[in-house]
Design a protein around this ligand. Structure first.
Ligand SMILES: O=C(CO)COP(=O)(O)O
Length: 155
């Protein structure tokens, strides 16, 4: 049985918002609908997504690099440093991206760190309407040191 560490999250969450070009309209509409909730949290976004959110919804967003220039990797690094609590990532399942390896890496590291990730509007609705958005929340994180040790012991 794997063991887990507990990570505490405060009530003000750090939310990463990302959308591929064909999904940006979806994300902006979703963010407009949920603007009153989003302003209560700290928002981070890849470059173009962040610019759209700031311009069209007047939201305070910390803008990272554009996705193809490393923005997805920056969010992944923030996750591994414990600096992101939720990811809303409307990635495009119908069009290859030049930075597909970065997209996969971001989705992977979010799973490693047990970060909730919404990849479409209905999942994003579930996340943002969860009471866990507002309460301090203890997230379980697999203990990878123990996991690696067990693998070593097997070898
Ligand atoms: O490509 C992206 C995510 O993979 C998004 O980047 P932009 O927000 O800069 O368009």
């Amino acid at each position: 049985m794997p063991s887990y560490n507990i990570i505490e999250m405060g009530s003000r969450k750090r939310i990463a918002l990302v959308a591929h070009d064909n999904k940006k309209r979806d994300l902006i509409e979703w963010a407009r609908y949920n603007r009153a909730i989003l302003v209560e949290h700290d928002l981070y976004a890849t470059g173009t997504t962040g610019a759209l959110l700031a311009e069209s919804l007047d939201l305070q967003v910390t803008r990272l690099q554009s996705g193809p220039l490393g923005g997805d990797q920056q969010i992944g690094a923030m996750i591994s440093q414990g600096e992101i609590d939720f990811v809303i990532f409307f990635w495009d399942p119908l069009e290859p991206q030049p930075h597909d390896p970065d997209v996969k890496a971001l989705l992977r590291i979010a799973v490693v760190w047990n970060i909730p990730v919404a990849c479409n509007r209905s999942t994003a609705d579930f996340l943002i309407s969860s009471s866990l958005m507002h309460d301090p929340y203890e997230r379980l994180m697999q203990d990878y040191e123990e996991y690696k040790q067990r693998l070593k012991n097997k070898a």
